[in-house]
Design a protein around this ligand. Structure first.
Ligand code: LER
Ligand code: MN
Length: 268
């Protein structure tokens, strides 16, 4: 199992990123706590110094597990479901920069909040989403990069709210380099049974986010992580589990409490 945590240069106590500020400093801190990986959330991939980050991560023995794109949804209100082709073109060119960075860092990219919302003609809107993901996945494939498509709750996005929905979409579109990102916080809202739902698409789960039901560090709320850990073991998942929680009561405390919890619940 690879234990990872979200880091970002953007300091925002309302965003579910525990370690914020200077990214290199946050990576050092994550490594010092025993994390095996970090996911980097950034609105400006072109400003991330890939050589420095790669060298630092190699020195510390820590991986970059994925690059989060959600902050461009927040900053520019762009999404892969945008009905305006000109805005989608702008977004596509930004996303190719994320893919380039991921390729240099040996990581994946996440499409979560960036899904946006389908318009009332859901079928036509889904065709747009399929088309955008098709060209992005083919660009990413040429760079050896995989894409994580996240199931997020209905209050953030009006489609792909459950793992089943994301799995059927990926399978029917036939994307080879797109997998599912499941997030315990969203699952607790959307899944009929968050402790058995992995059964049908375990092979497609390439990344897991954890936070408690209140989006505090795992163990800081009432989500049943015992049953969740059992489910993860039952499907034989041995991949990345990444903390994406609020910096509550502060980011460092959230990170310390998270790694302690993960060692107790998820180390085999
Ligand atoms: C948003 O709620 C989320 O979970 C992020 O991983 C999406 O980018
Ligand atoms: Mn998430």
């Amino acid at each position: 199992m690879v234990f990872s945590i979200a880091v970002s240069e953007i300091i925002n106590k309302n965003a579910p990123v525990p370690l914020t500020g200077d990214v290199e400093e946050q990576i050092r801190y994550a490594a010092s706590l025993g994390f095996d990986g970090v996911e980097i959330h950034t609105p400006s991939p072109e400003q991330v110094d890939a050589d420095r980050i790669r060298t630092l991560c190699r020195e510390l023995g820590i991986a970059v597990t994925t690059i989060g794109t959600g902050s461009i949804f927040g900053k520019f209100n762009l999404s892969i479901a945008d009905p305006d082709p000109v805005r989608r073109e702008v977004l596509y060119s930004m996303l190719t920069e994320y893919v380039d960075l991921a390729s240099e860092l040996g990581s994946k990219i996440t499409i979560g909040s960036l899904k946006g919302n389908l318009s009332p003609d859901r079928d036509a809107s889904l065709d747009i989403v399929r088309g955008e993901l098709k060209r992005l996945s083919s660009y990413a494939s040429g760079k050896g990069v995989k894409i994580l498509l996240e199931a997020t709750n209905r209050y953030e996005n009006n489609y792909f709210n459950t793992g089943d929905e994301v799995a059927s979409f990926i399978r029917s579109a036939g994307f080879g380099n797109v997998g599912i990102l499941m997030d315990a916080f969203h699952m607790n809202i959307e899944e009929e049974d968050p402790f058995t739902c992995f059964e049908n698409y375990g092979d497609l789960i390439w990344h897991i986010h954890i936070a408690d039901n209140n989006r505090h560090f795992p163990g800081g709320g009432s989500f049943d992580f015992h049953s969740f850990a059992d489910e993860i073991r039952r499907i034989g998942y041995d991949g990345i589990i990444s903390v994406e929680c609020l910096p509550y009561p502060d980011g460092k405390t959230a990170a310390v409490r998270s790694i302690g919890f993960m060692n107790e619940f998820f180390r085999a």
